[in-house]
Design a protein around this ligand. Structure first.
Ligand code: LMR
Length: 334
């Protein structure tokens, strides 16, 4: 795969210095792994529309949804090598390339709502985290929402003990690994595009994701139960290849930044509604039973997952966790 990415990267580099450069538009390949009809997919389309409009067609944005170009693990490598120019991976996916700080977003119950999330991402901590991307050859442009994660399996998931011994697909995050181990479950890292089949064939018993991702991947067709847990958050960091971004004419970069800001506001204002609509569609399908926890059952889950904070403190960084909690104005224990 690495050779293929390298070949794509050198074609992209030739296109930048080719003789037709004066007339041909600057192409931004924007790869992502989810369906077009999701919060990320729609924000990417909005960015394309605005970027092409504001640059009068001097920039062409090609959006590749649904892992058509790259799967989870390859995406960031492709960006670093310049085979694609823009991505929006989830926070959980930066650990394997050595930026484990973004895994702080994976901590169970760290965010009570989207308003609090916005406070973190729009504030100094959000800016500090984006700066960490520079040393990996990327520039962080924005935080995009998906929403809160829910649990699903072929077994009813109510009490923490219900998770014991079940295999769950996870994204490649050590915090998510610790989360499922704490429940006595067996986490298995897997690319997003492989989840449906893994659930269908029983390679894993369950998974966690947002309603919009579950619905658009048809996971509800192969899971008997889903529990409204809102136990974690999935959001994205929009990243560009730094060399590409820094090499753009400054007027173009300014127009693209404006397009990004507006696409971000658009996407983040719609995400909660899109997840709610996906939940309604799942209910309507009648294929998955939706389980709602009582406040006591919810609290039991939260308490069961609190040990994760200590367990990952040395990896994610206790000062960072403390700073994050301070910004949210809450301790995980209350
Ligand atoms: C996942 O792999 O479950 C998600 O990160 C997919 C996505 O980008 O929303």
């Amino acid at each position: 795969m690495r050779n293929l990415i390298l070949a794509a990267a050198s074609v992209a580099a030739m296109a930048l210095v080719g003789p037709a450069e004066a007339q041909s538009p600057i192409v931004i390949k924007f790869s992502h792994v989810v369906a077009a009809d999701t919060p990320k997919g729609k924000a990417a389309e909005k960015f394309k529309e605005l970027a092409e409009k504001y640059t009068n067609g001097k920039v062409k944005v090609e959006v590749y949804p649904n892992s058509t170009l790259y799967k989870d693990k390859e995406e960031l490598e492709a960006l670093q090598l310049g085979a694609v120019q823009m991505l929006a991976p989830s926070n959980s996916k930066f650990g394997p390339i050595g930026i484990k700080e973004f895994e702080v977003f994976d901590l169970p119950y760290i965010l009570p709502d989207l308003k609090t999330l916005r406070k973190v991402t729009d504030g100094p901590l959000g800016a500090k985290l984006l700066k960490l991307l520079d040393k990996k050859g990327m520039t962080g442009l924005a935080y995009w929402d998906n929403g809160f994660k829910q649990m699903s399996a072929n077994k009813k998931l109510i009490a923490p003990s219900d998770y014991k011994g079940l295999k769950f697909r996870i994204q490649s995050s050590k915090v998510l690994e610790a989360q499922f181990r704490t429940l006595g479950a067996i986490p298995q890292v897997m690319a997003f595009s492989d989840v449906y089949q893994a659930l269908q064939t029983g390679v894993v018993d369950g998974q966690e994701n947002t309603w919009s991702n579950m619905y658009t991947q048809k996971m509800h067709e192969v899971q008997k139960y889903a529990t409204v847990t809102n136990h974690g958050y999935i959001g994205y960091v929009v990243v560009v290849n730094k060399k590409f971004w820094d090499g753009l004419p400054s007027d173009i970069r300014d127009e693209l930044s404006k397009a990004m800001k507006e696409a971000t506001d658009f996407g983040n204002s719609q995400s909660a509604k899109e997840n709610q609509e996906a939940l309604e569609e799942i209910k309507k399908s009648g294929k998955t039973e939706i389980i709602t926890l009582t406040p006591e059952q919810n609290e039991a889950m939260r308490q069961a997952l609190m040990p994760v904070y200590k367990e990952v403190a040395s990896r994610v960084g206790q000062p960072l966790i403390d700073e994050f909690l301070k910004e949210t104005g809450r301790s995980p224990m209350n």
